[in-house]
Design a protein around this ligand. Structure first.
Ligand code: PLP
Length: 376
């Protein structure tokens, strides 16, 4: 049996056909009709006024900070528990990240810590220039309280929705809760273009500016005229075609990921010491990855269950290593962090592909039965 991956691409005939259409049209460039259509369709899907298709989620986050005018000497608050890209972009613009720990109930940015951190920074006369909030593993953060805290200090909110496309917050699609939202279409995300990203906003002028910055900030002149520092961050027309096909299946992909979670829930019902990442009442997670923690009562610890999965050629991983524990960010301030550390030390992400087969599930089920023994 082939290796079972954590979150492999899941393709269908639609994107193959669209990709061939893009190829045959000879729009083999980081512009073209599929790029424009992908932007329109993604914006419509998430209820944003406009969207800019970019080469990665990281590029989208980077441009979000450029659009907000953040640079040397500035501070930006970032969710502590995340993939490193959320923090790296702060350094790209010469600013300094300050990390905010997670709420143990949602695993996302703790609004109480945010309130405390903002008050503390305000007292010192040095407010952050933005807050980057991550929707972890497909679950939206607690935006009502986060938006309230940010607007009280007039600090813009950037939503890193790389993992939460297709999720909802208070019935509204993830990605539009902040001033700017960003998505990733990396190979392991809920939909993929192999690599790609999108920046969305209800402020059309920001999206227009993002498209320009992503094309080396070319001025509208026949000759090459430049006033601003730009980047080569546009999405290829070929990849946009793939993205359009993928987007058409989004609702089914979310249902499949949520069905994985339900399957794990029955498999691990009554397992000692095991606790799933819970779904907050304010939203519907896309359950991009099914995750949970192994407490002291669990019959197996994190490193042993990871090794057990690996011995069966199944990919299973710890929860993200928090940014405040990364050598790269050892010198940065962090509010909270103990919750994040505990999630990292006890949490695992289970295979969660939307194309997981019954045979693969059966194999995973046998590993879980071995790991949790008779406690099940
Ligand atoms: C995947 C991911 C990114 C980066 O997206 P890329 O498209 O790989 O650049 C950023 N933030 C989070 C939380 C992610 O999971």
């Amino acid at each position: 049996m082939a290796r079972i991956y954590l979150s492999p691409p899941h393709t269908s005939a639609a994107e193959r056909e669209l990709l061939l259409d893009a190829f045959d049209s000879n729009w083999i460039a980081p512009l073209g009709p599929h790029v424009d259509a992908f932007e329109r369709e993604l914006a419509a899907a998430v209820g944003a006024r406009d969207a800019a298709a970019l080469s990665s989620g990281t590029a989208a986050l980077h441009l979000a900070l450029v659009l907000l005018g953040i640079g040397q000497g500035d501070e930006v608050f970032v969710s502590d528990l995340t993939f490193v890209a959320s923090a790296n972009v702060v350094r790209y613009v010469g600013a300094t990240p300050v990390f905010i720990g997670s709420d143990p109930k949602t695993w996302t940015l703790d609004p109480d810590l945010l309130v405390e951190a903002l008050a503390d920074r305000a007292k010192r006369g040095r407010l952050p220039r933005a807050v980057i909030v991550v929707d972890l593993y497909g679950q939206c953060a607690d935006y009502e309280r986060i938006v309230d805290a940010c607007s009280r200090h007039d600090v813009p909110l950037v939503q890193d929705a790389s993992e939460s496309l297709g999720a909802t917050y208070n019935g509204r699609p993830a990605g539009t809760q902040g001033a700017i939202g960003i998505f990733s279409f990396n190979g392991n995300k809920i939909i993929t273009t192999s690599g790609g990203g999108m920046l969305v906003s209800n402020r059309t002028e920001w999206v227009v500016a993002a498209r320009k910055l992503a094309s080396q900030a070319r001025e509208p002149a026949l000759h090459y005229e430049h006033k601003l520092l730009g980047y080569n961050y546009r999405l290829s027309n070929l990849l946009a075609a793939v993205g359009r096909g993928q987007l058409r299946s989004l609702a089914e992909r979310v249902d499949a990921r949520r069905a994985n979670f339900e399957w794990y829930r029955t498999q691990l019902a009554g397992a000692d010491g095991w606790e799933f990442m819970s779904e907050a009442s304010y939203g519907r997670s896309n359950r991009w990855l099914t995750c949970g923690t192994l407490g002291p009562k669990a019959p197996i610890n994190q490193s042993r269950i990871l090794a057990l999965f690996e011995s069966e050629n199944i990919e299973c991983r710890p929860v993200w290593k928090p940014m405040h524990l990364q050598p790269l960010y050892a010198d940065c301030a962090c509010y909270g962090g103990d919750v994040d550390q505990r999630l990292f030390e006890t949490g695992i992400c289970l295979p969660s592909g939307s194309n997981l087969t019954d045979d693969e599930r059966a194999k995973i089920g046998r590993v879980l039965a071995t790991g949790f023994g008779s406690s099940q």
